[in-house]
Write a protein that binds this ligand. Structure first.
Ligand code: NAP
Length: 390
């Protein structure tokens, strides 16, 4: 006899973003197995209002103060309405919540994800920057609280699927695939003059702006190496990155006997999201299927870290340890937002990060408060560097 899984109460941090919206699409297709308790946005109050009308949550959080005031004056929903970081911490840890989907972008996801784990909630994690900035603290906290972190990122989600029924000690290495982004075949010299719209035009995935730029610089893959280190407790040497432009194989695990397991699928984030929401169960969904007969070739190449130094910098920061990955994250976030505002060229992004990694003091064993502090200091130092460039 089939036993029916219990209905899970969800908080979706960042429900108006790319992952948040797709999470709600999965919820809609899940036959009432999820109850949407809390939703959050930074500024997109109109989309939030549509989501409230459709999913009838108990409450919402709006982090931007001006948008919070606009929401209060424009809409008259009879639901709990919170503002700012305190609001995020509350909805991430509220008693009735079973699973928190962490889909905020950048460092803004760190504190709410910690609130969820501190209260013992399982977390479906899209916000990889949380593990990049504070991986040691977060993974120790999750262990202490017996809370599960189930990665939404398609690569790590693929690894989790390949590891089902396996012992992590039997893993020789994991292989993370990367599409290579929009500039895979561009000459290094042409990167100086790329337009923001070109950098945002990812060839395989439609995503939020920040991760799209991170994918174009390959910093996204560097972040995923760091994320994998903390999720699977592997050394940097056991985490290989290969360019796979077709994005059909989402990642692979090589075991000690030489056998390799891979996970394949269409480029649809709703598949890893549904896996993370239903974990450890698997549900039937009508998402597109991969037609193997339509695939003629699958290519795999070594990444060019001369042309894309961000990937190398991420490995170096991981090997250095301590606060180096928090510095990497903060400098990258500052550089990417300056690029999106047209203040620096695409090719300057790695230069800003490398400057910050050199200038900001390295600390081998930072406390969580020191990580928060180093994030602020790094942003300031990186911004000063950028202001001087202009
Ligand atoms: N998109 C993908 O396919 C994909 C795949 C794998 C992993 N990820 C990871 O998932 C995370 C989210 O990515 P995304 O593409 O969904 O991002 P996104 O589309 O930019 O959405 C981010 C969400 O966070 C909110 N937000 C932005 N700044 C905030 C702040 N300072 N405080 C609180 N909330 C804030 C946004 O609100 P507004 O709507 O008001 O801006 C939105 O709801 C990232 O860490 C990314 O690396 C994404």
């Amino acid at each position: 006899m089939t036993s029916f899984p219990k209905i899970k109460n969800l908080t979706i941090l960042g429900s108006t973003g790319s992952i948040g919206v797709q999470t709600l699409q999965v919820v809609e297709k899940s036959d009432g197995l999820f109850n949407v308790l809390y939703l959050t946005t930074n500024k997109n109050i109109d989309l939030l209002a549509e989501q409230i009308a459709k999913f009838n949550p108990k409450g919402v959080v709006i982090t931007d103060y001006g948008s919070y005031l606009d929401f209060k004056s424009k809409y008259n929903f009879q639901i709990e309405t919170y503002y700012g970081e305190e609001g995020l911490a509350y909805v991430a840890s509220a008693e009735e919540v079973d699973l928190v989907v962490s889909a905020l972008v950048g460092f803004s996801g760190v504190v709410p994800t910690i609130s969820a784990l501190e209260s013992g909630k399982n977390v479906a994690l899209a916000n990889k920057e949380t593990l990049v900035a504070a991986g040691k603290y977060i993974s120790e906290l999750a262990k202490k609280k017996s809370a599960k972190i189930i990665a939404i990122d398609s690569e790590h989600n693929a690894i989790i699927q390949c590891l089902l029924g396996e012992e992590i000690t039997r893993v020789e290495k994991i292989i993370l695939t990367a599409s290579g982004g929009p500039f895979l075949n561009s000459s290094p010299g042409s990167l100086e003059s790329v337009k923001v719209s070109e950098a945002l035009a990812h060839p395989r995935w439609s995503m939020g702006k920040k991760i799209s730029i991170d994918s174009a610089t390959l910093m996204n893959k560097g972040f995923e190496v760091i994320e994998a280190h903390w999720l699977f407790d592997l050394n940097p040497e056991q985490i290989q990155v290969v360019i796979h432009p077709e994005s059909v194989v989402h990642s692979l695990v090589q075991f000690v006997d030489g056998s390799i397991k891979a996970q394949l699928g269409p480029q649809d984030m709703r598949i890893p999201i549904s896996f993370a929401l239903n974990y450890p169960n698997r549900l039937r969904y009508d998402f597109p299927r991969l037609d193997l007969l339509s695939i003629t070739t699958l290519n795999f190449y070594e990444p060019n870290t001369e042309k894309f130094p961000c990937l190398r910098m991420a490995y170096d920061a991981l090997k250095l340890g301590g606060n180096a990955t928090a510095i990497l994250n903060a400098a990258n976030e500052t550089a990417v937002s300056n690029f999106l505002e047209g203040k620096i060229s695409f090719a300057k992004i790695p230069k800003c990060i490398s400057y910050a990694l050199e200038k900001v003091e390295h600390n081998v064993n930072p406390s969580f408060d020191e990580i928060i502090e180093i994030d602020k200091i790094t942003r300031k130092i990186t911004q000063n560097f950028i202001d001087k460039l202009n």
